[in-house]
Design a protein around this ligand. Structure first.
Ligand code: AMP
Ligand code: MG
Length: 441
């Protein structure tokens, strides 16, 4: 539990009448949802499709990286002992026996007094035990190409990258359970693999509902609004590492809804937006009730109280469905609080809460009705380097610009009726830890 219901450091208790026995806590709702998901199957994934996936078995290298000692500089491969007396004033002259470019194999081993001109990455010739960079030779001034003047004494193995210093043949380079990063993809490539066993990405069907909707790009019409939820949801799903499958929004009628849902028989999760408020008579609820075992919940949170979740049957296939509220801010927050966790679980990731930081509140936050309040705030550092959380003026769940402006959610526990200006509070940041430091600097 990372949440703060029992944190008595907060302000005064709210009146008993504000408790909501009929509501599920965020954690209860999430637990119920997560119980219906498990890790998906393993598949052989092309490395360039694997970013963010979880590796499903230890990856062993069957080669050494680097495969041989090689030069870290453009310069001359030398025998260290030949240069003991070398100095700027009194250069040691060596005979140049060959030139080795990257990608070539040395043909000559060195005898005392000999050197090979060598490029970065090229294999070190036999008997050489150091590389002298061009800048420590008379490379630029010399006129006899058969020999080179060396100005320095070098250490043993100076400017040589040793065989297997990065990866040893037979060693595990990536452990089962690792989330693949760009570096992991590079590592896989560096041992010659172009596929990797990972837990496959879930496919997520996305459907907004509502007679009032038109799609962006269409002509504006009286009485209509542009569908934004489909687009925030799709891009969030994308950012979670799953594969969004977006349908054009459905009208609030049974035929259209059922028809659009039938395009989702191959998905791992369906996400709908709107039409799930308790007390509403809504065809969305009718269709979900008729086709599946869907519960309509009130979750003890603001925004995003109404939520639907259950299993829908489409042509006898049973698919989990998460019904988000229609208000754009509620839809985003509910997706983050519930959908992301389900997707992470399917992808084999452990539970990853958003990072919580402490900040001082810039103005009061009032909790009217005893729900856990997630207030949109902008966190910044003031001139004394203190972290300040400034609530966005309009906290309406329909005001999507607030999500653009904010960089975190101040958490007001359900049993607290006011967070006071100047008080130190918890803020759940939108970004991951590594991004926060940037925001905080
Ligand atoms: P509902 O959940 O159907 O009661 O919708 C709540 C509010 O969200 C209404 O003002 C809707 O017009 C709005 N809304 C519903 N769906 C969308 C959507 N896809 N994009 C933007 N706003 C929406
Ligand atoms: Mg509606």
């Amino acid at each position: 539990m990372h949440l703060l219901e029992n944190n008595k450091a907060y302000g005064k208790k709210i009146k008993k009448s504000h408790y909501h026995a009929d509501m599920l806590s965020v954690e209860e709702a999430r637990r119920k949802i997560l119980s219906k998901f498990s890790k998906l199957e393993t598949e052989k994934t092309p490395i360039l499709k694997s970013l963010g996936n979880v590796i499903s078995q230890d990856i062993l290298s069957q080669i050494d990286v680097p495969p041989w000692n090689n030069s870290a500089m453009d310069g001359y491969a030398v025998i260290k002992k030949d240069l003991l007396r070398a100095s700027e004033e009194d250069m040691v002259y060596l005979k140049v026996v060959e030139e080795i470019a990257a990608g070539q194999i040395p043909r000559k081993s060195l005898n005392n007094g000999e050197t090979s001109r060598i490029m970065t990455g090229a294999p070190i010739p036999q008997n050489a035990d150091a590389v002298v960079p061009f800048e420590d030779t008379n490379e630029l001034e010399r006129n006899n190409l058969e020999e080179i003047g060396i100005k320095i004494n070098v250490d043993h193995y100076e400017n040589i990258r040793k065989k297997s210093e990065d990866i040893k043949n037979g060693s595990v380079i990536l452990n089962k359970g690792t989330i693949i990063t760009s570096a992991s993809i590079g590592l896989l490539a560096s041992i010659g693999l172009n596929t990797v066993p990972t837990i496959r990405k879930p496919i997520v069907g996305i459907l907004s509902t509502g007679n009032e909707l038109i799609e962006p790009g269409q002509k504006n019409e009286p009485g209509k609004i542009f569908n934004s939820n489909s687009y925030t949801i799709t891009s969030l799903i994308d950012s979670y590492g799953a594969v969004p499958k977006l349908q054009t929004h459905a009208q609030d009628n049974i035929e259209d809804l059922e028809k659009k849902l039938l395009n989702f028989i191959d998905v791992d999760l369906i996400i709908t937006s709107a039409g799930v408020s308790k007390g509403d008579y809504d065809v969305v609820k009718d269709v979900l009730n008729k086709n599946g075992d869907i519960n309509f919940w009130s979750v003890n949170m603001r925004p995003a109280k109404p939520l639907a979740f259950g299993i829908i049957s489409l042509n006898n296939k049973k698919i989990p469905l998460l019904g988000l509220p229609g208000n754009p801010v509620s839809a985003m927050i509910a997706l983050e609080k519930f959908g992301r966790y389900a997707i992470d679980k399917m992808m084999g990731k452990s539970i990853r809460h958003k990072p919580i930081i402490k900040a001082f509140l810039d103005s009061d936050i009032i909790n009217h009705d005893g729900r856990r309040l997630y207030a949109r705030v902008t966190v910044f550092r003031d001139s004394h380097s203190k972290l300040i959380a400034k609530p966005i003026n309009n906290q309406s769940s329909g005001v999507l610009t607030s999500m653009q402006e904010a960089n975190g959610l101040a958490i007001c526990p359900s049993d607290i009726d006011i967070l006071n200006k100047g008080q130190e509070i918890d803020v759940e940041m939108f970004n991951r830890k590594e991004d926060i430091s940037e925001i905080l600097n």
